[in-house]
Ligand binder design. Structure first.
Ligand code: 13P
Length: 252
């Protein structure tokens, strides 16, 4: 971590927790955040957003959604737009998660519209990028990251680039317990930062790049100590208050 950038630890609950469970979680987590220097957020299912915002009002815990549509409104059955999230009081949104790319056909082309749409609406986008096991084995990690980062940020003006958060999440590390080695995480996260630097050196110095994929309380201190890692996007270990609070503590 670099003191010039405020660390962000975000828990991605994926399709877990009812509204009642989310409220109970917030009540248990909030007292643990009183003295934390890092920014902390949970990325929650749509149905839990309003109750979570009620339960966290005036607290330092950010509430993020896990997806949004790129258009502000329209005939897109089943979708939710950025202005709808902003009206609720949502702080940000995960876009381009590998599960959405793999199971729901999320494309770099849609992300090219989603990222600026989120920013314009006032949401902090967490753009997820990362290579598959096969791509890493074939030496294609850099090519994949270059394509994903360039395309998703293509329509973001240089002066807004540093407002995007990018999460490097190697697909082979997600939900597998196979966390990236510190050298692998540092190398890829620094490469992502350099890609932002191709657009603007100033933005590269300010943009926050997170690591995600099998982060636990045990491996978090080592990952979060890496020079270019500005925080973590945490899946499984964010579902329990105890383990998430321990990861947050490692970032503080
Ligand atoms: P796990 O922490 O469960 O590996 O999930 C990572 C992830 O996908 C966060 O977005």
């Amino acid at each position: 971590m670099n003191p010039a950038r405020r660390p962000l630890v975000a828990g991605n609950w994926k399709m877990h927790k009812t509204a009642a469970e989310a409220q109970a979680y917030a009540q248990a987590l909030l007292p643990r955040l009183a003295t934390v220097g890092a920014e902390v957020a949970v990325c929650a299912p749509f149905t839990t957003l309003a109750p979570l915002i009620d339960a966290t009002r005036g607290s330092p815990l950010g509430v993020y959604a896990q997806n949004m549509h790129e258009q502000p409104a329209g005939a897109f059955t089943g979708e939710v737009s950025a202005p709808m999230l902003v009206e609720l009081g949502v702080d940000g949104v995960v876009v381009g998660h590998s599960e959405r790319r793999q199971y729901f056909g999320e494309t770099d082309r849609a992300l090219c519209e989603k990222v600026p749409a989120a920013l314009e609406a006032g949401l902090t986008p967490i753009l997820c990028v990362g290579e598959s096991e096969e791509e890493r084995a074939a030496g294609e990690t850099d090519r994949k990251l270059r394509q994903q980062v360039r395309e998703a940020l293509n329509r973001v003006p240089d002066e807004r680039l540093a407002s995007v958060v990018i999460a490097y999440e190697p697909i082979w590390a997600i939900g597998t317990g196979l966390v990236a080695a510190p050298e692998q995480a540092q190398e890829a996260v620094a490469f992502v930062r350099a890609l932002v630097g191709d657009r603007s050196r100033r933005a590269a110095a300010g943009v926050r790049v997170l690591y995600g994929g099998s982060v636990t309380p045990e491996n978090a201190p080592q990952l979060l100590a890496l020079e270019d890692v500005d925080g973590a996007l945490v899946g499984g270990a964010s579902l329990e208050v105890e383990s998430f609070a321990a990861i947050v503590k490692a970032a503080a």
